[in-house]
Write a protein that binds this ligand. Sequence first.
Ligand code: GLN
Length: 549
Amino acid sequence: MAKFIFVTGGVTSSLGKGIIAASLAKLLQARGLRATIQKFDPYINVDPGTLNPYEHGECYVTEDGAETDLDLGHYERFLNIHTTQANNVTTGRIYQTVINKEREGAYLGKTVQVIPHITDEIKRRMLLLGKDDKYDVVLTEIGGTVGDIESLPFIEAVRQLQWELPEEDCLVVHLTLIPYLKAAKELKTKPTQHSVKLMSENGVHPDILVCRAEEPLTNDIKRKLALFCNVKQEAVIEAADASTIYEVPLMMMREKLDLICLKRLNITNFNEPDLEKWKGFLDKLKYPKSKVTIGLIGKYIELQDAYKSILESFIHAGAINECKVQVVNVHSEFITDENVSEKLDGLDGLLVAPGFGHRGIEGKITAVKYARENGLPFFGICLGMQMAVIEFGRNVLGLENAHSTEMDEHTPHPVINMMEEQKKITLKGGTMRLGAYPCVLKEGSLAHKIYGTTEISERHRHRFEFNNDYLQQYQQEGMIASGTNPDTGLVEIMEIPSHPFFIGAQYHPELKSSVESPAPLFVHFVAATKRYNEKRTSIRNPLLHSEMI
Ligand code: GLN
């Protein structure tokens, strides 16, 4: 059976528990251990699929089609592993299972209660990934902050597991904040003392404190924290602010977080950490040789977390291109035919993001038209690909008022249509076309060149698709389907071969990008924006360009 590490959070939310957990898992993995991470979320939604991105950021989709918390994206990007449905559990899902069992009569007339029924189900799920000898260590991040009413059953489950499992099989890392009071010029330990006390009242005692602090923790502060929180002084770890989240594993290694965990879990069989690839990536990330500016058009651009995987994919793709990618937000609601060239001025590429609903649609189509006509590198993801199809239909094929039936049910030219199997669906959660599906690429196409193979698999989250009744017309006029699903013929990729770089994917390549294997479409899109930038700046600045040559 695997060993278990639980990561809890105290004092405040948004301390970066997901990043700390992923960094620790990365270090254990780099030492040759088989590590995985799961997230337990205390909210009542069965999964985050029905949550507005403004509430909870991006909805991340796994290979097996689970709609999950965005922290699973960090886990995959750091560890280069695939997570599954089992890696994200919410209070809603726990209750759903228990209530279904109750309806089946599985509790034999007993009163169903939080303890033991809900906590038993939580424990069952906490241990699940540790079975079958697949992993040496399973990390579990508990969402929320200690002290929240809704976190209590999870903390109680951890308490029971600590009691049930051998002592050396499980440990608790508590992530906390040590605020710096400017007026007193002091770091303050009291909120952490309270948070640890709160946990202790619930019977859980942290073994390790990871302390977010804006100022370095002195030995005195560490000693004080250790004494009053009853942990070993070496187990008080400093987590300073990092310039990039990808720096955090190395910072945690310097603080010996991995070694302290290994010692406490009595794991003796491990190697020196192999982080060569990781460090190589970081070097490239920190010292780029060029810079490009990419416009991101989306509906939730005020909230960075809504496009987390896209932004991280640009970081991976930028590093491999040794190029800093500056992503600027473009509000599509305010784009018109008159101002589009001004709004997109200074961009080296345009990404139209995934999304749902009407808002800002016409502005997106106008922006795509500009990119198509002006040779500006274009990359459309899911809804972004659908917008490119609509634009081409209207402006090249002359299909007046062509649209997606998502936005206009009565359009005379439904070039984007609801998928047949979606038409009967009425329930919202977990009912889109979700997860990984195969896609066959056309020989000689841009997509084929980018992936270097003819068969790929990518992840999805959509209800609408390209309407194949129009395919012939599109291909004749120069927009081709370069990727299709081999079983259904569903169009996965559209591209314009005569354009320097114009490609749209029905799937979400950003969900499979990781530090060690950046998404090919992002890598090549960034490369295309680099080429465009070189041309753009040489035209504006011919002298500079000739000097550079
Ligand atoms: N709304 C579109 C659909 O359901 C696009 C979805 C997306 O961008 N994820 O097909």
